[in-house]
Design a protein around this ligand. Structure first.
Ligand SMILES: Cc1ncc(COP(=O)(O)O)c(C=O)c1O
Length: 416
C-alpha cells in the first residue's frame, strides 16, 4: 500500500509544457549525425516561448551592472538569515522605485519575486479581509488563476483584448468594473501587458482611477513584472500605479526584478500594500511577515543585496538604466524587423500590431492550428494562444520565423 496511490499527475504548466516540447526537439536535433538533412542550421529548433531576455546571439544576458556588483560582493557578505520581511535596504529602495518616493503607510515585504508577491498578497486578502474574489484581464498570464485559486480565492475575468481588431476593449472593461460585485480584487498590468503587449493609455488609466475612486470596495492590485521594460523608462512604466496612489487609493503592487534586472532565478521582488495610516501599515506588515514565516520563513538574500546596491547607488542606477535601454531597444528592433519581413513577404493579414504592442511579448494573432503547424513543420515554438516572446527573435532567425509564419498562415488548417 502506498500513501500516494491516488495522487494524479498535475497538468503541465501551459508555458513550461511548450518549452519542454522545444527542449525535446532540440535534444533530437543535437543527436542527429552532422550530415543528416534535418541537422542543417536552418532546422535548428527555435523557442519563442519563455519570457526571458536573450541577446542578439540568442543567449541569456547577465546585466554588466549586476556582474560588477556581484564581483564586489564576493567575500564581503555572510549568509545570515534576513528578517522575515526581507532586506531593509532593498525594501525601501524597491518601494521608492515603484512609487517615486517612500510612504510611511505602505507595507512592503520582500518576496520570492513577482509570483511570491502575488501569492502572499492573495493569501493576505483571503485570510485577513472580506475579499474572496479576483478579477483578471481576459486574457492574462495563466499563472494568475492558479496562484489566486491556490490562495483560496475565486477568479473571474474582465474584458480586455479584442483579437479581431488587436485593440483593448476599454468600454467593455469599464462596464464590467462598474457593475462587478463589490469586495473584489482587480489585477491590472501597469505596462507590458502579458500576454498581449497592449497597454492602456494614460487617459484610460485616469478613467479607471475615477472608477476605483467611486467604487472603494474594489481593490486595484497592480502586477508590475516589467517596470522599465515596456518604454525603457522606469517612471513611465509605473505611471498608472502612481496615478492611482495620487488619487488616495489603497493600491496593492507586486513588483518583480526578474526581467528588468535579469535576476530570474534569484527570486527578487516585493509586495507593497498602501494602507490608510502607519498603524494600519504596521498591522498589515506583521501579517504579511507571518505568512512568509509560515511558508519559507525568510526570503533569499543574494539577489536582494544585488538589487539593493544597484537601486541605492546613483552611478549603478544610471548604469542599470543603460542596460534597460539595451534590452528594450533590442526588443523594439526585433519587432520592427519581424514586421518588415512579414510585409516584404506580403503575408496575408495585418501585422502592424506587432510594433504597437510593447514589452516582452507579442500577441501575434496566429491561431492554435497555425502555431501547431509552425512547431511541426518548422520547429518554431510559441504558445497556442499565438503569444510570441520577442526576446527569442534574433537577426539570425527573424527571416526564418517570418517565412514559417507565412507558410502557417497560408497552409495551416483553419481554426474552428
Ligand atoms: C504578468 C506577470 N506577472 C508575474 C510574473 C512573475 O514572474 P516572477 O515570479 O519571475 O517575478 C510574470 C512572469 O512572467 C508575469 O509575466
Amino acid at each position: 500500500m502506498s500513501h500516494f496511490e491516488k495522487v494524479v499527475q498535475a497538468k503541465p504548466d501551459s508555458i513550461f509544457g511548450v518549452q519542454e516540447t522545444y527542449k525535446r526537439a532540440l535534444a533530437t536535433y543535437k543527436a542527429l549525425p552532422k550530415d543528416h538533412p534535418d541537422a542543417a542550421p536552418e532546422k535548428l529548433p527555435i523557442s519563442l516561448v519563455i519570457g526571458a531576455y536573450r541577446t542578439a546571439e540568442g543567449q541569456p544576458w547577465v546585466l554588466p551592472v549586476v556582474a560588477e556588483v556581484e564581483r564586489e560582493m564576493v567575500g564581503k557578505e555572510n549568509h545570515e538569515y534576513l528578517e522575515m520581511a526581507g532586506h531593509v535596504g532593498f525594501r525601501n529602495a524597491a518601494q521608492k522605485l515603484m512609487f517615486g518616493r517612500n510612504f510611511p503607510e505602505v507595507a512592503t515585504i520582500q518576496t520570492l519575486s513577482g509570483t511570491g508577491a502575488l501569492s502572499i498578497g492573495f493569501n493576505f486578502f483571503a485570510r485577513h479581509t472580506n475579499i474572496r474574489h479576483v478579477l483578471l484581464s481576459d486574457p492574462t498570464w495563466g499563472n494568475h488563476f492558479t496562484v489566486a485559486q491556490t490562495a483560496g480565492l475565486t477568479t473571474g475575468t474582465y474584458p480586455y483584448y479584442n483579437s479581431q481588431h488587436n485593440s483593448v476593449k476599454f468600454e467593455e472593461m469599464l462596464q464590467c468594473l462598474r457593475t462587478c460585485d463589490p469586495n473584489t480584487l482587480v489585477v491590472l498590468h501597469p505596462s507590458a501587458h502579458n500576454p498581449t503587449g497592449m497597454d492602456l493609455t494614460m487617459e484610460q488609466w485616469a478613467q479607471l482611477a475615477e472608477l476605483f475612486t467611486a467604487r472603494r470596495t474594489l481593490v486595484p492590485f497592480f502586477d508590475s513584472a516589467y517596470q522599465g521594460y515596456a518604454s525603457g523608462d522606469l517612471d513611465a512604466d509605473v505611471a498608472a500605479v502612481r496615478l492611482f496612489t495620487d488619487h488616495g487609493l489603497q493600491v496593492v503592487v507586486s513588483q518583480s526584478f526578474s526581467k528588468n534586472m535579469g535576476l530570474y532565478g534569484e527570486r527578487v521582488g516585493a509586495l507593497h500594500v498602501k494602507c490608510d495610516s502607519v498603524d494600519e501599515k504596521d498591522r498589515v506588515l506583521s501579517q504579511l511577515a507571518a505568512l512568509a514565516r509560515a511558508t519559507y520563513s525568510n526570503p533569499p538574500s543574494y539577489g536582494a543585496r544585488i538589487a539593493s546596491t544597484i537601486l541605492s547607488d546613483p552611478a549603478r542606477f544610471e548604469q542599470w538604466k543603460g542596460c534597460l535601454d539595451t534590452m528594450t531597444s533590442r526588443l523594439k528592433g526585433m519587432r520592427h524587423a519581424l514586421l518588415a519581413a512579414l510585409e516584404r513577404r506580403h503575408v496575408p493579414g495585418s501585422w502592424n500590431h506587432i510594433t504597437v504592442q510593447q514589452g516582452m511579448f507579442s500577441y501575434t494573432g496566429l491561431t492554435a492550428p497555425q502555431v501547431a503547424y509552425m512547431a511541426e513543420h518548422h520547429k518554431i515554438f510559441l504558445l497556442p494562444s499565438g503569444r510570441m516572446s520577442i526576446a527569442g527573435l534574433t537577426p539570425a532567425n527573424v527571416e526564418r520565423v517570418a517565412a514559417a509564419m507565412e507558410d502557417a498562415v497560408t497552409h495551416a488548417p483553419v481554426a474552428h
